[in-house]
Design a protein around this ligand. Sequence first.
Ligand code: G6P
Length: 458
Amino acid sequence: MSRLVIVSNRVSVPDHKGAAAAGGLAVALQAALAERGGIWMGWSGKSSGDIEPEPLQMTQDGNITYALSDLTQTDVEEYYQGFANRVLWPICHYRLDLAEYARKEMTGYFRVNRFFAHRLAPLIEPDDIIWVHDYHLIPLAAELRQMGLKNRIGFFLHIPWPPADVVLAMPVHEEIMRGLSSYDLVGFQTDHDLENFAGCLKREGMGIEKSPGHFSAHGHDFRGGAYSIGIETAAFAAFARKAASHSMVQKVRKSIEGRDLILGVDRLDYSKGITQRIDAFERFITNNPAHQRSVTYLQITPKSRSEVPEYEAMQHAVAEQAGRVNGAIGTVDWVPIRYINRSISRPILAGLYRLAKVGLVTPLRDGMNLVAKEYVAAQDPENPGVLVLSQFAGAARKLHGALLVNPYDVDGTANALARAVNMPLQERQERWRGMMDYLLEHDVLHWCETFLADLTAK
Ligand code: G6P
């Protein structure tokens, strides 16, 4: 079996706290690496200021080598905060209005990809299989090919891929499409993303789809596929069962005094639809006054990418809105929304998922959304909660037991909330069982194995 080399912007160096505690993706990739032996390379998350970064920092754990590199401050600003998170992120989430193009940042993005390629290449052996992850590193294969590497190289995009008209608005769309076309296999979260990609290639004659999933572009034949990422379903279910008795979870249970808990968990990001969700919660209460005091909405929203101006602006907007709604619909003895702007440890989070009567996951656009999957896996089979899920999350394409909503439709989401809190036990159990069976079968290991099987297939 060939060695595996994984490259991603963020690298999960293990702290040996156990599977579900670390997050499923890291565990699945570590399992694949442990089986084959290999390397996981990426950014250390640190800046070297204005001096050239030190050589790669290597750590060995069994037969896995972790190889991390710092980036200069200019690199961090142009590659990570700039092009990746102010152009590719909004574009891939259909937000042309938020994309901020700057030539300098585009150049920085390509420069850092070249830098990573130059640091990675000396570690590569001829038989290695290379698997690159996410939008930060689209040009990596093209750079490696230019250096003469003949290895099999796959790419998986964790976020959505939009239709051609959105992609074409991006000034460097040709280089980005050429970058994707340099891989042997390009994986997307859903068939919908894959179709959008095929549509982009066809437009303006950038490439053709020779047969389903087989493409040719820029003089290179390659494959594309949809591989929906999963979670460590069984491990996370067991983890949540245990976590329910965590003292902090018990404290929360006591503090809501028999009220139903509605739970939202998202990074603070405009793609998550948090302001629309708070509007929908307010509408739910004003339309259903009988539910005043009978529910508590807990929104856990750790800060994210705070150096990026659009994210900084959101911090103020959401905090202000949560305060305004509490003022408008709260009573002297009831605070409707508890808004937490910090991250919560995984055991407490798992216990809160299990405690919550409703999991409210309403992104405006999302590649997959693993919160939705973890919420389902965490439920008590005897008394499961209800998942209210945006139709624009990749997860909605397979989680048919969820109440699907259009997050832009405030009244529709408010109605779904009312339906969720009033749903009879039998209907909750039936909906949950179907989703859980799907998640057990399509867990993160299944995702990893299917992608690697296609990448290594002759
Ligand atoms: C999304 C992306 C990941 C990214 C994560 C956190 O899930 O797909 O690649 O790592 O957000 O964002 P951050 O900018 O903190 O890495």
